[in-house]
Design a protein. Structure first.
Length: 263
């Protein structure tokens, strides 16, 4: 395939939502299991890092440490929910459960199936953020009502991470190989995207890499500005970056998966 073919916009119809609907029904059946991780994650992190390590860190740029890491926890959950949904979960549906084969046997196209998977990944980010946000409110580490803007943002950022995850799914030869992007892509972002310490303490070149390449950096920036009521023009740059990269990643993901499944 030529470069132009990889960047060709997918041909979609309303049938795409049927894929999303199928995944939603499966999710509802196992809701209790899916509900616990995003509920317990902020509690464990806040108690261990926010109020444990926070005793030694005190504050960062005048912000108490629990409040500093709270938006990062939201951003991390948004990333993990969508990325792992379109990597491991989508891979299982594609090869082990043969779900993709069954859906493609209907009038739905491959492009619609992949788009539905990515939309579902973005929805998982919204669900996780919706569960986590009330917990952070109870801990009084986020501001209301402005923090409610995290919910629509979770869809946007989730769409980006879901598209990136699907790109990796299209390129990995086996489910075991998905451990590589999880370790070499997700883990570095978890540590070096301004999550638990400010990027300003890193060497200049690493700061440039974080802002230019790591999507979580921009997700953390937006979440932090919203939850701390400290919105600056920087938020427009980060939102534009997420939207632009998300659009490119989406088109690439659909065409890469189309090539893999057709071959």
């Amino acid at each position: 395939m030529s470069l132009a073919a990889y960047l060709r916009p997918p041909d979609l119809t309303r049938r795409t939502l049927r894929v999303w609907q199928r995944n939603w029904k499966v999710f509802v059946r196992t809701f209790k299991v899916n509900f616990l991780p995003p509920l317990l994650e902020p509690i464990l992190y806040l108690l261990s890092l926010g109020y444990g390590l926070g005793l030694f860190v005190s504050n960062i740029n005048g912000v108490p440490y629990p409040q500093y890491i709270a938006p990062a926890l939201l951003a991390i959950s948004i990333m993990n929910a969508s990325f792992f949904e379109t990597t491991y979960s989508s891979y299982v549906r594609m090869y082990f459960q043969k779900t993709f084969d069954a859906i493609i046997a209907t009038p739905l196209s491959i492009e619609e199936v992949i788009t539905g998977e990515i939309l579902w990944g973005a929805t998982r980010s919204l669900i996780n953020a919706s569960i986590m946000l009330p917990v952070l409110v109870l801990f009084r580490v986020v501001d209301l009502p402005i923090s409610l803007l995290i919910l629509p943002f979770a869809l946007l950022a989730g769409f980006l991470f879901a598209s990136l995850g699907m790109c990796f799914t299209a390129l990995t030869p086996s489910i075991e190989t998905l451990n590589l992007p999880a370790f070499l892509f997700i883990t570095p972002m978890f540590l070096f995207s301004g999550t638990f310490f400010p990027l300003s303490i890193l060497p200049g070149p690493l700061q440039v890499i974080a802002y230019a390449i790591l999507p979580l950096t921009h997700a953390v920036l937006v979440c932090r500005m919203i939850t701390l009521s400290q919105i600056t023009p920087q938020i427009l740059i980060s939102l534009a970056w997420i939207a632009a990269v998300g659009a490119v990643a989406f088109v690439l993901a659909v065409n890469l998966m189309k090539k893999r499944l057709i071959v």
